[in-house]
Ligand binder design. Structure first.
Ligand code: FAD
Length: 389
């Protein structure tokens, strides 16, 4: 490709737009194209699970349209355009029907993550929603209104499932949440903290079914019947599936780019193909898949410098995650998967301070805080090791 070929970013989420903003701080005029399968509106994805509390529809959550972002960033934003193939030798991307091919000088994959859809039988599939972007949120809100829904069954009691449980209750809906594990946020929190969140949400009116899997969703006289493998059946108006996300890797894989859990990169965010980078929810950076905002902001700052000629590795400090369950606020810094230690729990009602402490040295390696315990966040965060120094 010629030297004046553009930088192309695929994806207009917090990663893609975040990188574009950082890049323009260093380089105001390299041609920049942002290609997105959605409508290109800028929005803060974490706000999707606070929309019923605030009674905000999708338009209210959208911050800017693609046209004004293009002007702000001196970029061309191609909306409703799906990239279907990448030729890493010719350095081109193909869109839609593969008729259009565009050269890139540098290509950044900011493709996000896809929702995991658990295998569920039955004839009520059209009543099962998942909210992973602004358009999904718009669909779900409209479905709640059009079906005059009063009661929602949420599949999954993890981060997204618990946030929506709290948010929908705040919005005046009745909620029953099903999770095969034993308590709220089971993969992030020790039991005492997860049970504190559960108790607080139950006080607000939530009902949890821990242990069973949802096997079928079938149409009923009114709404749907949700069958659990425990033999129980729940009746509700709509189902919200929130069992988790996985990095989008298919496009990279089909282009011969190395993928593992995510699109594999080094700390420069370089993939296995020359001049192709990956960041945000789709990326596995030096072994870390972290589907949160703080890591992608760190990546955007580093990659913007790299693309402007100053090669810069990304570093991750400790990055505690705040979970938006106002009934019982949660802040968690999970220990590394290979950390050797144990949880030390102090509890007063729904207020928990759990420290994950190194067995050998006594060093703090992680924490989980709920309720009033979250006030200790700053003090404990200072003691944590960096995730990737
Ligand atoms: P996305 O926003 O998913 O963007 C991906 C983009 O790629 C989209 O524009 C899509 O159209 C485009 N795309 C994909 N494939 C193609 C293709 N082939 N061609 C063209 N375009 C393509 N994180 C936190 O840190 N704190 C929170 O409180 C928090 N709350 C959350 C609440 C909810 C309900 C959800 C769903 C997530 C939450 N997260 C939170 C996670 C956080 O929002 C994500 O980590 C972050 O938004 C991911 O941004 P991204 O740009 O990588 O992906």
């Amino acid at each position: 490709p010629s030297a004046d070929a553009p930088i192309i970013i695929i994806g207009s989420g917090l990663a893609g737009y975040g990188l574009a903003r950082e890049l323009r701080k260093h380089d105001t005029d390299t041609p920049l194209i942002i290609i997105t399968a959605d409508d290109g509106r800028a929005y803060s994805k974490p706000m999707l699970s606070t929309g019923f509390t605030k009674n905000q529809d999708a338009d209210a959550l959208a911050q800017k349209d693609a046209g004004s972002i293009g002007e702000d960033l001196n970029a061309s934003v191609w909306t409703h355009t799906r990239v279907t193939a990448i030729d890493t030798v010719a350095q081109t991307v193909s869109t839609g029907d593969a008729q259009t091919q565009v050269h890139y000088k540098k290509l950044v994959l900011a493709l996000g993550a896809e929702v995991i859809r658990p295998p569920i039988g039955g004839d009520g599939q059209d009543y099962i929603y998942a909210v992973n972007d602004l358009l999904d949120y718009d669909d779900f809100r409209k479905a709640v209104a059009n079906n005059n829904a009063k009661k929602i069954c949420i599949i999954g009691g993890g981060l997204i499932g618990c946030e929506f449980t709290n948010d929908l209750i705040n919005g005046g809906l009745e909620v029953e949440t099903v999770d095969p594990l034993g308590y709220c946020l089971p993969t992030l929190l020790p039991e005492a903290a997860g049970k504190a969140v559960q108790a607080a949400l139950e006080e607000k009116g939530a009902t949890f079914h821990f242990g069973p899997l949802v096997t079928e969703v079938n149409k009923a006289d009114k709404g749907v019947a949700v069958t659990l493998n425990s033999g129980d059946t729940l009746s509700c108006d709509l189902v919200l599936s929130a069992v988790g996300v996985r990095p989008q890797t298919a496009l990279a894989k089909s282009a011969g780019i190395k993928v593992n859990r995510g699109i594999v990169t080094n700390r420069l965010l370089e993939t296995s193909a020359p001049n192709v980078y990956a960041m945000g929810d789709c990326a596995e950076v030096a072994g870390h898949v972290l589907v949160y905002v703080a890591p992608l902001m760190a990546q955007a700052r580093a990659l913007a410098k790299t693309l402007s000629g100053e090669a810069t590795e990304v570093s991750y400090p400790a990055m505690p995650v705040t979970i938006k369950t106002p009934a019982c606020p949660v802040c968690v810094a999970p220990p590394a998967a290979d950390a050797k230690g144990s949880w030390q729990v102090e509890q007063d009602g729904n207020n928990v301070v759990a420290r994950f402490v190194d067995t050998a040295t006594g060093d703090l390696l992680g924490f989980a805080l709920t309720g009033e315990g979250t006030k200790q966040k700053m003090a404990l965060q200072k003691q944590l090791p960096a995730i990737m120094p």
